[in-house]
Write a protein that binds this ligand. Structure first.
Ligand code: PLP
Length: 429
């Protein structure tokens, strides 16, 4: 009541020169309707254009926009200048004709497949794949009348055979998550091109700093930009880049589905991209050194990193990429308990999903991602209980190595470390 009286005393309801107080609250001090398109600024940083819609001077300008004579934007679901700056930077980084940035890596993968896979078509994928992409392929895509054919990673004969049977797309990560399998992209491209099959590489683990799939013959590259591209563990985003005709089809569906990257998230992604080369170079070097150290350690059963000569894809992976990023996967002797003890003993990395940011992260896939998946199903896709995925950040390499060496030193591979084991958890339901 008092507040209402104070408001009245201050002259509420009185008309200002340009309208009532409500109108002035909305429009006061802001560019007038007639100002036309957005003014550029002299700011070094790309401005965050935080708007949902765009205005036009008059109907003729709108028609000019519709007919491509007046470059601007109309509605936030169809485009935004800050988001476009990300797309243009990524086009240059990937050597792509066009690019579409969106709300997450998963949205990018899903919208790309929904747009490019016709009803009744087949998509070829590999056994090692980010689990949510696999979930989409195994449980959703069939509802669109698309068949998912799964082949072993690196098996070009299986790829040739399935492509010859007819397939709209071959989709694979390279390197893959978490087993770091790589596709021989030039060879896969030759096979796919001959049959008119789209080749799409999820390049999240490589980044364009390490590998440019489009140069190697892929039609599209996608990224969870949440990882290395943004690089600071503070934003979710996805990016698709490649052939213009394909990106346009995905953009058309995106305009309907609306997984729009927020302009502020786009700004963070742009900012992250400015240091991509510095961060990834450091992450390559740390992971390489870590992989070599782990490979020589008696408590480590198996080390997975494509630069190691025993890696199944080593020969072509090293020929087509300058490095393999910050993730090293490895299996410890002692299984579930040893993995948990090692993870908990580390001091440098956070225990967390994700990868590619400035901070090192560590996870034991069985516990963080596959806890409710039965052991035989986990084993089928190579997720052993003692598997660890270590994602190097940009801390000093020596400090990362010293922390891992210390945790291995303290590791007792015989110890029943966890009180409540996976089996006990499953019995309890
Ligand atoms: N692709 C790969 C290889 C990933 O590792 C992930 C997530 O971890 C995704 C796609 C999904 O990305 P986002 O988490 O940004 O949706």
């Amino acid at each position: 009541m008092l507040a209402r009286r104070a408001f009245a005393l201050a002259g509420a309801g009185k008309r200002c020169a340009s309208g009532g107080v409500g109108t002035v609250s909305v429009k006061g001090g802001e560019p007038a309707r007639a100002s036309g398109h957005m003014k550029s600024s002299d700011a070094i940083a790309v401005p965050i254009v935080q708007t949902a819609a765009y205005t036009f001077k008059d109907s003729q300008q709108l028609i000019d926009f519709n007919e491509g004579r007046y470059p601007s934007y109309e509605y936030g679901r169809y485009g935004n200048p800050t988001v476009r700056a990300v797309e243009q930077k990524m086009m240059e980084l990937e050597g792509a004709e066009d690019c579409l940035a969106s709300t997450s890596g998963m949205y990018t993968a899903v919208s790309m497949m929904m747009a490019l896979l016709p009803e009744g078509s087949r998509v070829i994928t590999t056994t090692d794949c980010y689990r949510r992409t696999r979930q989409f392929l195994n449980t959703v895509i069939n509802k669109m009348g698309v068949t998912n054919v799964v082949i072993p990673p690196g098996d070009l004969d299986a790829l040739r055979c399935e492509v010859q049977r007819g397939a709209a797309m071959f989709f694979s990560e390279s390197p893959s998550n978490p087993m770091l399998r790589c596709v021989d992209i030039p060879a896969a491209s030759q096979i796919c091109r001959a049959a008119g099959t789209i080749l799409c590489i999820d390049g999240t683990f490589s980044t364009p700093y390490n590998q440019r799939p489009l140069d190697l013959g892929a039609d599209i590259v996608i990224h969870s930009a949440t990882k290395y591209l943004a690089g600071h563990h503070d934003v979710l985003a996805g990016v698709l880049a490649g052939r213009k005709d394909l990106v346009e089809q995905v953009r058309a569906l995106h305009g309907v589905m609306g997984g729009v990257l927020d302009p502020h998230a786009a700004y963070l992604l742009l900012r992250g991209l400015k240091t991509l080369h510095l961060r990834v170079a450091r992450q390559n070097a740390s992971a390489e050194a870590l992989a070599r150290m782990l490979h020589a350690h008696p408590k480590v059963k198996k080390t997975i990193y494509p630069s190691l000569p025993h890696h199944p894809d080593h020969a072509y992976a090293t020929a087509q990429a300058r490095g393999f990023g910050g993730v090293v996967s490895f299996e410890l002797h002692g299984g579930l308990h040893a993995g948990a003890m090692f993870t908990d003993t580390l001091q440098m990395p956070h225990i967390a999903p994700s990868l590619g940011g400035c901070d090192s992260l560590v996870e034991q896939p069985t516990i963080i991602s596959y806890w409710n998946v039965p052991p035989d199903e986990r084993n089928e896709i190579g997720i052993q209980d003692g598997l660890i995925r270590f994602a190097c950040g940009v801390e000093e390499t020596d400090d990362i190595l010293a922390d891992v060496a210390r945790a291995l030193e303290l590791l007792d591979v015989e110890k029943q470390y966890l009180k409540d084991t996976h089996e006990a958890w499953r019995i309890k339901g």
